[in-house]
Design a protein. Sequence first.
Lengths: 272, 275
Amino acid sequence: MNNTFNINRFGLLLRRQWLDFGKIYLISLVVLLGIVVGFYSYSIPSPFKDNNFDYNGNLDMRFRYPLFLILGFVFISIVASSYFNILGQKSRAILELMTPASIFEKFLAGVVYTAIISLFSYLLIFYLTDLAFVKYLNGHLDAFKVLLPQNGAIREVETITYQVFNDEGYRKYCGYFFAFPFLITSLFLLGSVYFNRFHYIKTALSVMVFIGLASYLVVKLSIWLMEGKVANHHNFRKEDKDWVLLTILLVTSIITLIVWTITYIRLKEKEV
Amino acid sequence: MININNLNFGYSKHKPLFKNMSMRLSNGHIYGLLGKNGAGKSSLLKNLAGLVYAQSGTLDVMGFNPAKRQPALLEQICFIPEEFYLPSVKIDAYLKANAPFYKNFDHSYFTDLIKEFDIPVEQKLINMSYGQKKKVIIAFGLATQAKLVIMDEPTNGLDIPSKAQFRKIMASAMTDERCIIISTHQVRDLDNLIDTVIMLDENDVALKASVEEITAKLTFKKVKEIDDSIIYAEASLSGYNAVMPNYHQEESKLDMELLFNAILAEKIKFKPLFS
């Protein structure tokens, strides 16, 4: 018997975890859908509202970007933070740790649920809601024509997905931030193993303190090492920007992998 | 089946619970684990199941180190904790999700046990009484056909008929390949069930002896007066319940409660008898 990884056992584990995690997860998806629909209903342009157009004269759908980012952060972090929180309860932790699956399989199931399924379902829900509202608006464009001087033409509203994938700038920059959602889920997954109570708050606080300290140290160290020694100018070469973005991608990916490794080790060391 | 060598364990370094504890447990036995509150009964069981880690020493359970929590060992351990959790599903769903992890799981035996315990199968596990839930996890644990069965206070929460059922089921579940360890405060619940007594006290094993060995070396009887031959006695309505060396190979029934109190009170006097 392979005591580290067995695909059948892993499949059984995913199915078993769904028994507990699945119900709460489905409820949270319904809540998420409600929130997205609520925000869209409140924020989409309406003939009864003023300021329906953006600076390009298109129907103003700019609220989608902050909504997507903020809600996405909140949703995936809450899901990740709640996955291993059962290990903080003695009775549930015993059941969890005594399940005949390896620690690696249990950890991997956590990653699948928090980093893959939660992210994918969030994107799907947001995409479908956005698509539905865009279709609705495009079906009622005539209602907005009267608001324009001399009944001018209105361009059809594009879905957020279409905008992102058809704009070279968006496409390019989004790629560099690919690892960010995984970094967020990895941090909150670690918090759910590390802390026994108040996982979310404690993780958020720890991350804030860590980022604050790390930023302070990096700035101070950079000043100490480079002040007066490096030419200071604003004429960045174009390719320098790409290096910065590439560094962001690499650093976030590496930190994510490190945090997942720490989570695995903490899970291994977990006692009841 | 289980080898414990120089086990040192504690929840803090300054307060050790076990100091250089060594013990060997074999299959084909039902061990009764006794001890005062805080003596470390549950902690010893958790060490055996790999739920906590020893500070030093070695633990060998069926050739595995339980601290590694390997699936091959986990599927051979049935751990019934004192506090347990069952999800909000019916028995069928619970079975579907958990039984496939145990390749020897006996579905018909599980059904028999559920019937014998009179569990309402249509009810959700979370809505059952504490006693019913306990019966479900005992039935599930035994149906896994695990070789090592660890039970922490299994009779807590069971009503009087269920305790009798429990004794009957445990006696029938015993096989030559199995090792059953039951920790309890309610020693009378385990009368006639356990064959070996393990008593924990002062960071170590105060007594580990089979019921046969105990009754061969000690005799338990009621006496009117106390004399020098008595190691320990407790006043009762009709005199004293006494423990004394069994010099004349008398047959007597082990009074576990009396033995427990006697060992705690007169540990030094018992040591030469069971060393």
